[in-house]
Ligand binder design. Structure first.
Ligand SMILES: [Cu+2]
Length: 167
């Protein structure tokens, strides 16, 4: 049983490792910015969000204190939190990046908020963003647009292979 399962597990591990070295990752000092992405904006939407993971290989904590970019009039660090039973977004002063504890910015959680988009975010394109860390300083990244939608789609399929239809 174990041997039967071990091959797919090994393949999955290989896939995860190659994902971790994805093109577009940016490393500065002890920090690696992994898989930045933003969802394509819809119609005349004025706001959007960018997501990414920050990994810290060092021994000291760092903090993401700001994000800057020409893509929008205002770029802020946000989180989601429940308030009176309603999920709301709130600006945060900083996002901690502790050693060995990746800071994950993702839909429904921490994110880089883009308010007042200067142009729609078009799938397949990308935009530059500057992350400002307390210790590592400024890190320039390029944020692909639309990739995350496809990624989530694949993940949904991975969780449910049955595709059962109700009768
Ligand atoms: Cu927000």
């Amino acid at each position: 049983m174990f041997r039967y399962l071990s091959l797919p597990a090994a393949l999955l591990a290989t896939a995860l490792l190659s994902n971790l070295a994805a093109a577009g990752d940016v490393t500065k000092g002890d920090l690696t910015i992994h898989k930045p992405w933003a969802r394509a904006s819809i119609g005349q939407a004025q706001a959007a969000a960018a997501y990414l993971t920050v990994m810290n290989k060092g021994s000291l904590p760092d903090r993401l204190v700001a994000a800057e970019g020409d893509v929008a009039n205002r770029v802020e660090l946000h989180t989601h939190m429940m308030q009176d039973g309603v999920m709301k977004m709130r600006q945060v002063d900083a996002i901690e990046v502790a050693p060995g504890e990746p800071a994950v910015l993702k839909p429904g959680g921490l994110h880089v908020m883009l308010m007042g988009l200067k142009a729609p975010l078009v799938e397949g394109k990308s935009f530059p963003l500057t992350l400002v860390f307390e210790k590592a300083g400024r890190v320039e990244i390029e944020v692909p647009i639309g990739e995350g939608t496809a990624m989530e789609h694949n993940m949904d399929h991975g969780k449910d292979h049955k595709h059962e239809k109700g009768s």
